[in-house]
Design a protein around this ligand. Structure first.
Ligand code: OVV
Length: 402
């Protein structure tokens, strides 16, 4: 261990942002963090933190100073062995990052998704019609979790068997970016089994002959990536593509269930579905945090982050920073949320964001057509995760449109 070089004039917080109390409702801590200053020392983990939009945004677009290659969790890959082989996208820097990123950007780009659009819109409509057989149901389970699981694994091209492993794998993966607390310990028991299953789905002969998985292997045939890289790029889809969209959809459904005026606005103007989803991603920030590592001594707000140290970026705090957003705690379809950092920003900005928006649009358009009112019908329950802001249960009552 090196001695701590933390300057004594840096604001310090002893709060554990990964405690159950903060995970249940992080908004109070986030406000404290923003108000403490542009750079704050978190004594619990001896890391640096930023909660203001300006500094989070600046760090996200400065990949040269704020590297991802030492891991985007608390664990520093310079000193600790990663729990799984690092992601070629998330946990890599240029130049190694760039070929896998270019390949995946094309495969998941707006052009490529046009083929899926009609099918996903029709599938969402069928799901919503079936769920509406009841006027009370759990929107987290029956819509937010159900819809991505209906369309995304098929789009990747993995077999049916074992798909129930996708959410538990993602849940553990996102916990593992945090400290080794009780949430990680609870997941450790199944890591080998879940990783074994996920890794096995990345093989060429397991994947369907068409789909994102096959597209990735075809990129290896062309020499755009190597054959060693292909399965790890498929793994990124299975890692980042399910829990994130599930909790993003839950966020937008919760937002509408608690903002009836905004729901009526969406019903009148269903073309707002995409804006609504981005506003929910800003408002709720399904991915709350990621770390970076300083590649040199970096000046942030007049203070210094020493070379090699971890910096925790609070995307959720930045997305509600009153210095950047007017009335930030309001879910409001009138605002332009497009500069939110819920998908990140810069080089690593979510490569799957067009898929996420298409899933959201399909579900919201189907609901807007078929549901007149939606409201909470009982006690909601959060799902705690070291990285994700998530819902376990969202009981809702709907009045179907006539
Ligand atoms: C954005 C994200 C989250 C989790 C995993 C990955 C990416 C990956 O590339 O494996």
């Amino acid at each position: 261990m090196t001695t701590t070089l933390t300057p004594s004039d840096l604001p310090t917080s002893a709060v554990d942002p990964f405690s159950h109390e903060v995970l249940e409702d992080p908004t109070g801590f986030q406000a404290e963090l923003r108000d403490a200053g542009p750079l704050v020392h978190l004594s619990r983990y001896d890391v640096f933190a930023m909660g203001r939009y300006e500094q989070v945004h600046a760090a996200l677009i400065d990949w040269q100073s704020f590297q991802s290659g030492a891991g985007v969790g608390l664990s520093n890959f310079r000193f600790e062995k990663p729990w799984r082989p690092p992601s070629l996208l998330l946990e890599a820097d240029p130049p190694r990052h760039d070929a896998p990123r270019a390949v995946l950007s094309k495969i998941l780009g707006p052009l490529a998704l046009r083929k899926l659009r009609e099918h996903w819109m029709a599938d969402a409509d069928r799901l919503v019609a079936r769920v509406l057989a009841e006027t009370e149901f759990d929107a987290a389970r029956d819509l937010a979790a159900a819809f991505p699981l209906r369309v995304f694994p098929d789009a990747v091209g993995i077999p049916q068997e074992g798909r129930e492993n996708l959410l538990p794998y993602g849940d553990h993966l996102f916990n593992a970016f945090g400290p080794p607390n009780d949430l990680v310990e609870q997941g450790n028991g199944r890591v080998a089994e879940l990783s074994g299953w996920v890794n096995a789905q990345c093989a060429r002969d397991v994947l369907a002959p068409t789909g994102f998985g096959a597209d990735i292997w075809a990129a290896a045939d062309r020499g755009d990536i190597t054959f060693e890289q292909a399965p790890l790029v498929v793994r990124s889809l299975l890692s980042a593509g399910v829990d994130t969209t599930v909790h993003g959809l839950a966020a937008v459904l919760y937002a509408f269930a608690t903002h009836p005026d905004q729901w009526q606005r969406l019903r009148r103007e269903p073309t707002l579905a995409r804006v609504a989803f981005d506003e929910a991603v800003r408002w709720e920030s399904p991915v709350q945090t990621f770390f970076r590592t300083a590649t040199t001594d970096i000046e942030v707000g007049g203070k210094t982050v020493p070379d090699g140290r971890k910096i925790l970026m609070f995307l959720g705090a930045a997305n509600r920073d009153p210095r950047r957003w007017e009335n930030p705690d309001a879910f409001d379809l009138s605002r332009d949320p497009s500069a939110h950092v819920g998908f990140g920003m810069g080089l690593h900005q979510c490569v799957g964001q067009h898929i996420a928006r298409l899933e959201a649009e399909a579900l919201l358009v189907a609901l807007a057509r078929r549901v007149e009112t939606i409201e909470l019908a009982g006690a909601t329950r959060r799902h705690h995760n070291n990285t994700l802001r998530a819902w376990e249960s969202l009981p809702v009552r709907v009045r179907p449109a006539r």
